[in-house]
Design a protein around this ligand. Structure first.
Ligand code: FE2
Length: 500
């Protein structure tokens, strides 16, 4: 293990411990301060977009010690990047020594059959890739070809792939992988299949972590929601109080991401296959093609042809996503009815209308809110994005995105599996990154009712907790009969916001 690996592991372990300490207590109910906004050009070096984004943040959002820590980390990333490549790991050594860098860490809890094709394909039905499949003819397909447009580092494999799967009551299995050059490889192709699976994994992980997690959830969902609460709604407004738990810690974590994940020395270009220029191409693509309708979970699942899978019990993600979506939707409706007993009272709220008009300036795409129903819908979708959707693509990354021969973060253009997986030091750097970014933040099921403005909305918040308990019992019952449990959307494990 190299000096750098050890150094970054120590820093991340300390940072994870400090996050755990922060999230032991819910944030105090106090008016969030206004945050300055700037162009995407100024903040992300992405010109030509109309969206405004939070710029440098006030002291009560980013403390002096936080600034100092992040400053030191940026200097380290610039002058001592954790990108060494010294040792190659074969399969057995990789498994044996993966967690050495974390002094054993938390054991990685994968399915017993994770080394098989069936175990790998389960990533698409109850792992971090489950929100990316759609039916195309006879196959369920995941498609990350947009990656092919981005500039790659020399020597790394082209990972803009498509993957076809068959999913039925017996479980999922891969049918084919279409590599970036159009070649189709199937599970009967021996060593070529093994290599294709590693390459596909690297593409799927890159797309999940960067596009689905960072851009869609941190920047297109949590960020505008936080601006609504910080800048656009008065603190006394009941919707500011509804959203407070779902924005807690969001601007701080995005501020950190802007400094340590993005940029020419950031962790994204260091860990994945793309140069900073390539990452920016992908960033631009992700913002301009983003569509809020993709996160209207029930409609999106139906549009993607996935309802029959859910009905057959072969798609645990879809089944539990619909359950938790329903709980959030009923809560938002309950809360909105307490705030606006009729349409006239909604229409009379000129403060909200003005706030929603101004919100358009910080969104990647406009949102239309004309009545209580469309307001409920928009809020349900945002809360779903920052809770269970974030859990899927971010919160379970330590479990699913760290084992190099299962689901590697990058792939070299090698002839064999051993030459295709990332180097030992790269794998360790990825593990350390995932370790530091998967601490559990504020619990969704905590008692947040202390932020309510009145008894009616407080009661709605309490009913939400009861409904979450009930959903948890349903998920427990489902998991008792599932061949492979899917515990991650259990409300006891969900977080209220994307604070990590
Ligand atoms: Fe996150």
């Amino acid at each position: 293990m190299t000096f750098r690996t050890r150094l970054y592991a120590r820093l991340q372990t300390r940072s994870r411990a400090s996050l755990n300490e922060t999230f032991r207590h819910l944030p105090p109910a106090q008016a969030p301060s206004r945050v300055p906004l700037a162009s995407t050009h100024d903040v992300w070096d992405l010109p030509g977009l109309a969206m405004q984004v939070p710029a440098d943040l006030p002291r009560d959002v980013v403390s002096r010690s936080e600034r100092l820590k992040t400053g030191v980390l940026s200097l380290l990333l610039r002058h001592l990047p954790n990108t060494e490549r010294r040792t190659r790991w074969d399969r057995a050594t990789a498994e044996q020594h993966l967690l050495d860098v974390l002094d054993g860490g938390i054991p990685i809890d994968l399915w017993a059959d994770w080394k098989t094709d069936a175990g790998w394909a389960r990533l698409f039905t109850q792992g971090p890739l489950a929100s990316q499949i759609r039916r195309e003819g006879d196959a369920l397909v995941a498609d990350v070809r947009p990656l092919s447009k981005a500039e790659r580092y020399a020597g790394l494999a082209a990972v803009g792939v498509r993957v076809g799967l068959a999913i039925d009551e017996r479980g999922p299995r891969p049918l084919w992988i279409e590599l970036e050059d159009g070649t189709r490889v199937t599970p009967t192709d021996g060593a070529a299949w093994e290599r294709a699976r590693l390459i596909a994994s690297a593409g799927l992980q890159t797309y999940t972590v960067f596009v689905k997690h960072l851009v869609h959830l941190h920047f297109c969902a949590a960020q505008p929601l936080a601006v609504l609460v910080h800048n656009l709604l008065p603190w006394e407004h009941p919707l500011a109080r509804l959203l407070f738990p779902h924005t807690a810690g969001s601007l701080l974590v995005n501020w950190r991401a802007n400094r340590s994940l993005l940029g020419p020395h950031g962790a994204v270009q260091a860990a994945y296959s793309y140069t900073w220029s390539g990452v920016k191409d992908l960033f631009h693509h992700a913002l301009t093609t983003f569509d809020y309708a993709d996160y209207d979970i029930p409609d999106a699942l139906a549009r993607k042809g996935l309802m029959p899978l859910i009905e057959s019990g072969a798609f645990p993600y879809g089944e539990d996503a619909l359950l938790v979506w329903g709980v959030i939707e009923r809560y938002v409706r309950d809360y909105i009815e307490a705030v606006y007993p009729d349409e006239a009272s909604f229409s009379a709220d000129t403060t909200l209308r003005r706030a929603l008009d101004d919100l358009q300036g910080v969104l990647p795409k406009p949102i239309v809110v004309t009545d209580r129903a469309s307001l409920e819908h928009m809020l349900t979708r945002f809360i779903a994005m920052v809770t269970f959707e974030h859990k899927l693509v971010g919160g379970i990354a330590y479990e699913f995105m760290t084992v190099p021969y299962f689901f590697p973060h990058r792939a070299w253009d090698g002839a064999t599996a051993e030459d295709t997986v990332p180097w030992r030091e790269e794998t360790e750097a990825n593990l350390i990154g995932k370790w530091g970014t998967t601490a559990r933040s504020y619990p969704l099921a905590a008692d947040w009712s202390y932020v309510a403005v009145d008894e009616r909305t407080r009661a709605a918040m309490r009913r939400f907790r009861e409904a979450l308990d009930e959903a948890g019992r349903t998920i427990d019952a489902r998991n008792a009969r599932r061949a492979h449990p899917f515990p991650f959307f259990h409300p006891a494990l969900l977080e209220s916001s994307i604070a990590v």
